[in-house]
Design a protein around this ligand. Structure first.
Ligand code: IMP
Length: 182
């Protein structure tokens, strides 16, 4: 049983689908834990795992993700959650108004606490930011992100398809390979 500590239903939907299809049972542990502000997702995950291992009994999984926009110096990056809660996708579109370079990257870092070990699994996907929001599916910044090679936003494609392309899907592949070896 993999206990995924998150309050984000969208992340849970994507992660549980892949884990369950691979034969691993998954449970959502909706504990809202504060994230320490660090310079990278990996540092955020390491510090969250250290805090949570004192609070959560047994093994658990966490996910820290972010949207990195090179023309904005990598913003919102590790501040993605705060930026989404404050200015949202509309705010990000405004920041990019009139800018030609709309390249972006989604990154995901999983932290798996297994017995006395902490393992990290990272995935990334390149793409571009749209001119306006498109699509009703997904969550977070999905309506403004088109993966490279595609024409639809992550909010316009089903979970199954997003998992094949996304930062989380790529990190999940590595996580599954690791779990299958245990
Ligand atoms: P955190 O990992 O919970 O800190 O999330 C960072 C922010 O990025 C939140 O606002 C999420 O909604 C957003 N986010 C994380 N992963 C995704 C994704 O796969 N698609 C769209 N937005 C995401």
């Amino acid at each position: 049983m993999i206990r995924f500590v998150t309050t984000n239903e969208g992340k849970y939907r994507e992660v549980s689908k892949e884990l369950e299809e691979a034969g691993f049972e998954c449970e959502m542990l909706a504990i809202d834990y504060p994230e320490v502000q660090c310079d990278s997702l990996e540092e955020v995950v390491r510090s969250s795992m250290a805090r949570l291992s004192g609070k959560v009994e047994g093994d658990f999984l966490i996910d820290d993700s972010g949207l990195f926009i090179p023309s904005l110096g990598g913003f919102p990056g590790v501040y993605s959650s705060y930026v989404f809660r404050t200015i949202g996708s509309d705010g990000v579109l405004k920041l990019l108004q009139g800018m030609e370079d709309r390249a972006a990257e989604f990154r995901c870092c999983f932290g798996l606490h297994l017995e006395d070990r902490n393992e990290l699994f990272i995935g990334a996907v390149q793409g571009t930011i749209t001119q306006e929001k498109r699509g009703e599916g997904g969550f977070g910044y999905d309506p403004i992100f088109i993966p490279t090679g595609g024409s639809k936003t992550f909010a316009e494609i089903p979970t199954e398809e997003k998992n094949k392309l996304s930062h989380r899907g790529k990190a999940l592949e590595k996580l599954l390979k690791f779990l299958e070896k245990q």
